[in-house]
Design a protein around this ligand. Structure first.
Ligand SMILES: [Zn+2]
Length: 109
């Protein structure tokens, strides 16, 4: 295993930890398996089926931004579009999400 593999594995575990924490908080009920995959693509993150894909570049992001990204994708398991209800759910999962959202918008990548 080379250094990059280890770094990616560690990043994936960090993300899984955040997801686990949100799910176990009991603030939202999300059923079924949900997994995270770190990948390289043209977006920051997306949900497809039961997999949350996170861009490998996000490993440089601060913790509060990662928490926002996970809360956002977790909310998409309940609401597909960015409606007021969607953002309400994001806020229930992670109350300080707006700070992460703003920071993410500022980042150029
Ligand atoms: Zn979204």
């Amino acid at each position: 295993m080379n250094v990059l593999d280890e770094e990616l594995k560690e990043f994936q575990q960090r993300l899984e930890g955040i997801l686990k924490e949100f799910r176990e908080s009991g603030r939202v009920e999300v059923y079924g398996n949900l997994r995270i995959m770190v990948t390289s693509f043209d977006r920051i993150a997306c949900l497809k089926g039961n997999t949350i894909y996170i861009n490998v570049k996000a490993r440089m992001y601060p913790e509060f931004v990662l928490r926002y990204i996970i809360a956002h994708e977790l909310a998409h398991t309940l609401v597909k579009k960015h409606t007021w209800r969607f953002w309400k759910i994001v806020g229930i999962i992670y109350s300080e999400y707006e700070k992460g959202k703003e920071e993410l918008l500022k980042m150029v990548w």
